[in-house]
Design a protein around this ligand. Structure first.
Ligand code: C2E
Ligand code: MG
Ligand code: MG
Length: 558
């Protein structure tokens, strides 16, 4: 090797080990070797060559590293060395010589050695860059990670002490839809594209990062908050193959921290609390943090903590509410509704059922309610009372409990009740991931003598298309429609169509939440004859239901 080249190579290696490359580092060696251009590029096998010789596309786009280029000088012989190769990826080193250099003047061995050495140095530097990047960025989306967002926030408040910043915690609504439709790959792509969009929304001194999953954190100037919130209502993302028009309109559920606290971690905690409470309790897309939210959360935590002991202590009992044929006054059935008897007070299900459902604890409660209801039926039967069919509510979470049908059947048989005494109430679903399982659940229970009722009908999304797939015996029109009867034309139309479809599918139909004769009569006119509601009686305890069963005397509504 020429002494000068050797010296340049030493220098290059030494510099590369000390720190990062600069184009200057290659100048010496390239000049010594009559090289006018040196670069490394990338090739993918499967989807075609994406390296330099790729047709009309600008080749520099795919250049991994341009190490040296002598402006305005034409090249002659070009040497290519291929290195890295893993299934379908290659890295090529390209060395272009001055036009007047002849083949026999090129030291092949030296060129190959040079390409090797430089490749090793580049790989090392590349790895370091990647490590630095992954320290501060989210790998999937390429935007900042939480750690750098916190650091950037500190910089912003230090730079602009007069500016007030608010922190946002934003969760994509119904992101599961994308994964359900297009699989995880589409989900990954969508989240990356969304992240890029969010980044376009913010100003230079503001920041956004992905916290994980479909959650993002942001901080923005207070005077920019409304603009940002508005933009988060609809974010259109294109290029999502497999979806309608290859695009999707996302919207966000947002929690905002606008308190006096300046510390980033606390603000983010407040914003995420607000977002979670919005999603799970308040059912609102925008919630601004205040202390009451913390109280809600601590109240919920108390419920969760108290639940196992309360369950073991028998504090959960069924109350019963009659289902009546309005035409005849006949008692058709009773629904068991859970009550928590705690410290001499009765806690209503709205306080704990949705919470237990979210926390995955509802199955235990539903099984206990089933057994408690069996005990009540036993007692009534021993008293010689005629017991109508009894409805029990089962959360949809149950359908994913292994062998749930067997568990339900065994629990009932162990308590010496016939399965035909029971109707299972379950709410509808629109989720593709649930429909198949729900259909099986209903089928197996029906094969074992149960009746099935679809509760709160009309509040989900699936509605009419679903009842035809699920072979239920009854649909229960949700009480929200009954509330709007007489005021809202849409409710009338909806009830009419539910009735007509249910009739055609041979399903019973019942309205829940009927409170007065007007509602009852209107329903009958629409073809719905059965009702459950305060008009016929509120849910009552075992003793009161016993009295009612001894003497059910509902009047016919005419
Ligand atoms: P649901 O199954 O749709 O039950 C009907 C709810 O409407 C009951 O509320 C009932 O008390 C109420 N209701 C009945 N008639 C009227 C009326 O005329 N006016 C008004 N305003 N309300 C009426 P409740 O007992 O508070 O139960 C609420 C929900 O909690 C139930 O809705 C059900 O989804 C759930 N739930 C109750 N017990 C259980 C249980 O053991 N397991 C599960 N998984 N869920 C249960
Ligand atoms: Mg129900
Ligand atoms: Mg209901």
């Amino acid at each position: 090797m020429k002494k000068e080249i050797e010296k340049e190579l030493y220098k290059l290696t030494h510099n590369a080990v000390k720190g990062a490359f600069t184009p200057n580092d290659f100048e010496g060696i390239c000049k010594e070797m009559n090289v006018v251009k040196m670069y490394y590029d990338l090739e993918f096998d499967s989807d075609g060559y994406r390296g330099l010789s790729d047709g009309d596309e600008d080749p520099s786009k795919y250049r991994l590293f341009e190490l040296y280029s002598e402006e305005g000088v034409e090249s002659g012989i070009i040497k290519k060395y291929t290195f890295y190769f893993e299934t379908n990826e290659y890295v090529h080193a390209w060395i272009e010589f001055r036009k007047d250099v002849k083949e026999d003047e090129i030291d092949e061995e030296l060129c190959s050695f040079l390409a090797d050495v430089i490749y090793i140095l580049i790989s090392r530097q590349n790895m370091r860059t990647m490590l630095d990047f992954s320290e501060t960025h989210d790998a999937q989306t390429g935007i900042m990670n939480l750690k750098s967002l916190g650091a950037k926030y500190m910089q912003s408040i230090a730079h602009y002490p007069e500016v007030e910043y608010v922190v946002l915690y934003a969760n994509v609504k119904n992101f599961k839809f994308i994964n359900d439709r297009g699989g995880v790959h589409l989900g990954d792509l969508a989240i990356a594209k969304l992240a890029q969009k969010l980044q376009e929304f913010i100003r230079e001194d503001e920041g956004v990062c992905r916290v994980g999953g479909d959650n993002f954190a942001m901080y923005v100037r207070r005077d920019n908050l409304d603009v940002i919130l508005n933009r988060l209502k609809i974010v259109q993302v294109d290029g999502l193959m497999g979806l309608r028009n290859n695009s999707h309109r996302f919207s966000f559920r947002v929690g905002v921290s606008d308190t006096d606290i300046r510390e980033f971690g606390t603000k983010l905690e407040e914003a995420s609390t607000a977002c979670i409470v919005g999603k799970t309790i308040l059912k609102k897309d925008l919630v601004v943090f205040n202390m009451e939210l913390s109280e809600i959360i601590s109240h919920n935590n108390q419920i969760i903590a108290a639940f196992p002991d309360a369950l073991a202590a028998g504090e959960f009992v069924p109350f019963f509410q009659p289902k009546v044929n309005m035409h005849t006054g006949e008692l058709l059935g009773i629904e068991a509704l859970c009550r928590w008897l705690h410290n001499d007070s009765i806690i209503a299900p709205s306080e704990f059922i949705p919470l237990l459902d979210r926390k995955g604890m509802i199955h235990d409660l539903d099984m206990v309610m089933l057994v408690e209801t069996c005990k009540c039926i036993n007692k009534w039967q021993k008293m010689g009372l005629k017991v109508p069919i009894v409805s029990v509510n089962f959360s949809k979470k149950n359908i994913f409990i292994p062998e749930i049908e067997k568990k339900i059947i065994t629990a009932i048989r162990d308590n010496n009740v016939n399965t035909s005494m029971f109707e299972i109430e379950i709410t509808e679903t629109a989720k593709e991931s649930e429909i198949g399982r729900l259909i099986d659940f209903v089928r197996i229970l029906k094969e074992n003598g149960f009746k099935i009722s679809i509760d709160d009908f009309g509040t989900g999304y699936s509605s009419l298309s679903l009842i035809h797939n699920i072979n239920a015996d009854e649909v229960k029109i949700d009480q929200s429609f009954i509330r709007k009867l007489g005021r809202d034309e849409k409710s009338l139309i909806l009830i009419e169509s539910i009735v007509s479809i249910a009739n055609r599918l041979n399903m019973q139909i019942i309205a829940e939440g009927v409170e007065n004769t007007e509602e009852g009569k209107m329903l009958m006119k629409l073809g719905c004859d059965n009702a459950q509601g305060y008009y016929y009686g509120k849910p009552v305890d075992f003793e009161d239901m016993t009295r009612l069963l001894k003497n059910p005397d509902f009047k016919a509504l005419v």
